[in-house]
Design a protein around this ligand. Structure first.
Ligand code: SF4
Length: 501
């Protein structure tokens, strides 16, 4: 796609907006295209100019012989920055021109970020009322009313749960990047082959050293560990003794009963046993995830999940028998082979189980180009049945007494829809909020894990500074990681430089 900007607006922002209408497009040409390719390739021209107390933008889009043009003006009001005003004007013009060309109105309007509730949080924080916030999202950001309400409600809930973030809080993340087999849609780095699974014992030795370092570091920095999250991959790929080994190690480093939340993700039902869950409970785990994604065997088979619906019900019952305080169930809307009938029946059956948390993701393809391939089969830019499924999950969860408490968006989801965590009151997954909203420091260990040092002093909506420290992505590399400059030294420097120590 060709984009010409006669405006100081951020080019990446315009590209991301364009991808809503033209998923899989590339920007910037490689080599000289043929005439035929030129004709197929959409082109966009954007111009902007200051007017009075704001900005006016103009967009001109051409594709397959069709031309559409639109103008949009945005005012710099209600504490809005110049940059945001410019983005609103350009976003409005691009959305209007492209929307008319394709015949599509995106549900999230020009909100393209990972955290749709962040804009709502900022407005609420600036003293703007909840009603007015929803109104601004619909009129200025062109978000459809039900999504504006969702973003605002989640912002209010998050604010209530987080309260006043303390710079002296942190969470601990532990990565187990191994799975029993590979799901076809997976974009995580997770080892699944026999040869690589043989690395687990070695991996756990190294992981335990890093976990120890992180607890010692938290202590040295004067931080209170609020939550611990063991994620994957599939943590329950570990056998019962390995799980005991890791959990008893953690229990030797901290008083787990003082944690606000202790999650072991578990994950794939085919790896979960009652024995493993009993060990988790014995060592203080308060939250597990048992993830079916769909309750249709045909869909599960199609996405290579390698477990059955029956195995999910068995694993869920195990979690109930063991009396884990909070059980989360992950579902995906818009899976290949799924449709509204199957998804709605999945959602109904899950609600019958009454899990404390339900997280509904929108199917996300690994590469944006795959959306094009899927488009040819079942999807359109609108995401096929995915939107209906997402709506259904939100209506049904609400009717069953769940509240949406956190939300994020990913690139390349079908229809550009969101991922939402629902909770029965009092069971909200705290780590999810702390991590997604960058509320406090996360000290991470394991392959692919990222430590985030957060200085949030003085602001609820935006951390002043964040420094990320990356562990090697693959377990092999992680085992060989150079530890000459330890994360602990960097973290101490960060805390000292930001006056937090
Ligand atoms: S269980 Fe999750 S992490 Fe593992 S392969 Fe499947 S999608 Fe990927």
């Amino acid at each position: 796609m060709k984009i010409t900007l006669d405006s100081p607006v951020n080019k990446y922002y315009v590209q991301t907006l364009s991808m809503i209408f033209f998923p899989g497009e590339h920007f910037g040409k490689k080599g000289k295209p043929t005439d035929a390719a030129e004709e197929e390739e959409p082109s966009l021209y954007v111009r902007s100019e200051p007017i009075g107390n704001g900005v006016k933008a103009f967009a001109h889009v051409e594709w397959k012989g069709k031309i559409r043009q639109a103008e949009y003006a945005a005012e710099q009001s209600e504490g809005r920055s110049e940059e945001r005003t410019l983005k609103l004007a350009v976003g409005g013009a691009v959305l209007a021109a492209m929307g008319e060309l394709i015949g599509y109105r995106p549900a999230w309007g020009m909100m393209i970020g990972v955290r749709p509730s962040k804009v709502a949080s900022e407005m609420l924080d600036a003293g703007i009322s909840k009603t007015r916030t929803k109104k601004i999202l619909t009129t200025d950001y062109l978000v459809i009313p039900k999504k504006a309400a969702l973003a605002t409600d989640i912002a209010v809930t998050e604010k209530r749960i987080v309260g006043e973030p303390s710079p002296k809080d942190c969470s601990i993340y532990i990565s187990i990047p191994f799975c029993p087999s590979r799901c076809t849609y997976c974009s995580f780095v997770s080892y699944t082959s026999k040869r690589l699974l043989d690395l687990i014992p070695q991996y756990l030795v190294r992981l335990k050293e890093d976990i120890r370092e992180n607890f010692v570091l938290a202590d040295r920095l004067g931080l209170r560990v609020r939550t611990v999250y063991i994620g994957g991959g599939t943590p329950t790929i570990l056998d019962a003794e390995q799980i005991r080994d890791i959990l008893s190690h953690i229990a030797s480093l901290t008083d787990v009963s003082a944690l606000d939340e202790y999650t072991m993700e578990a994950g794939r039902p085919d790896t979960i046993t009652e024995e493993k869950l009993r060990i988790a409970k014995e060592y203080g785990v308060t939250r597990v995830s048992v993830n079916p994604q769909s309750l249709c065997d045909e869909v599960l088979c199609g996405i290579g999940r390698n477990h059955s619906v029956e195995e999910f019900f068995r694993a869920f019952e195990d979690a109930r028998r063991v009396k884990i305080h909070t059980v989360n169930v992950d579902l995906i809307a818009g899976l290949p082979g799924d449709n509204f009938r199957r998804f709605s029946s999945t959602m109904d059956d899950i609600l019958q189980l009454n899990p404390e948390n339900i997280t509904v993701h929108t199917f996300c393809v690994k590469k944006s180009a795959e959306i094009l391939r899927l488009n040819a089969d079942v999807y359109s830019v609108r995401g096929g049945d995915a939107g209906k499924c997402v709506d259904y999950s939100q209506i049904k969860a609400h009717q069953a007494g769940y509240i949406p408490y956190y939300m994020y968006r990913q690139k390349n989801t079908v229809g550009n829809y969101e991922n939402v965590g629902f909770s029965l009151p009092g069971h909200e997954g705290l780590y999810n909020i702390y991590m997604m909203e960058e509320i406090h420091t996360i000290l991470a260990s394991g392959a692919g894990a990222v430590t985030k040092l957060v200085d949030r002093t003085g602001s609820y909506t935006e951390a002043r500074n964040i420094e990320r420290l990356f562990h090697q992505k693959y377990p092999y590399e992680y085992l060989a990681e150079d530890r000459s400059q330890s994360f602990a030294e960097i973290a101490e420097r960060f805390y000292r430089e930001h006056g937090l120590l």
